[in-house]
Design a protein around this ligand. Sequence first.
Ligand code: ATP
Length: 211
Amino acid sequence: MEIDQAKIPQATAKRLPLYYRFLEGLQASGKHRVSSSELSEAVKVDSATIRRDFSYFGALGKKGYGYNVNYLLSFFRKTLDQDELTKVILVGVGNLGTAFLKYNFSKSNNTRIEMAFDINESIVGEVIGDVPVHHFKNVKEHIEGKVEVAILTVPAAHAQGIAEELVESGIKGILNFTPARLSLPDDVRVHHIDLSVELQSLIYFLKHYPL
Ligand code: ATP
């Protein structure tokens, strides 16, 4: 079935990597089918939502059979560009940045941090977790036309200026781990992950909305 990517709602698209990772584990363990309730339990999304999500790409599931793991995976691979390796850069090789460089993303999906950038001369020239660290002043020549996604782990006060330079060098997507709110052109997508806010909100919900 030919799928029109534009018809997949954003909320559904955001859940696809979650489904993908779980299904890959199932396939690796030799399972060929999965029920929506099994999936629901594993990825913590209610089964009605899963059924609706899957209906967008023609995976309707069969009563008493569930979903075919291989079919779902081949769809997800295509949709998430998992057949292609997506190159990513990281800017800011501090504590958090270093942890990302050492974390092997390609184990669970097809993205790889190709290069990192910093301004600290004692880190520039190093190779951390197989990733070379270059000086940020040379970012454009290293990435223009080659990389579109950046992870930002710099001090908040510098995030806006750095993000603007990244956009000038062709970056179209930024995973922002700094507390700074970035304002960038409309065609640049920013996903914001503020770890301390996430932790605070978890604690707040635990306290005020017990399960
Ligand atoms: P964290 O744990 O948040 O990574 P940290 O204390 O290790 O913090 P920060 O001061 O947050 O370090 O800085 C993160 C990294 O960003 C440092 O390695 C720093 O050299 C780098 N950095 C600072 N300014 C810039 C810049 N303008 N361009 C690129 N990298 C920068």
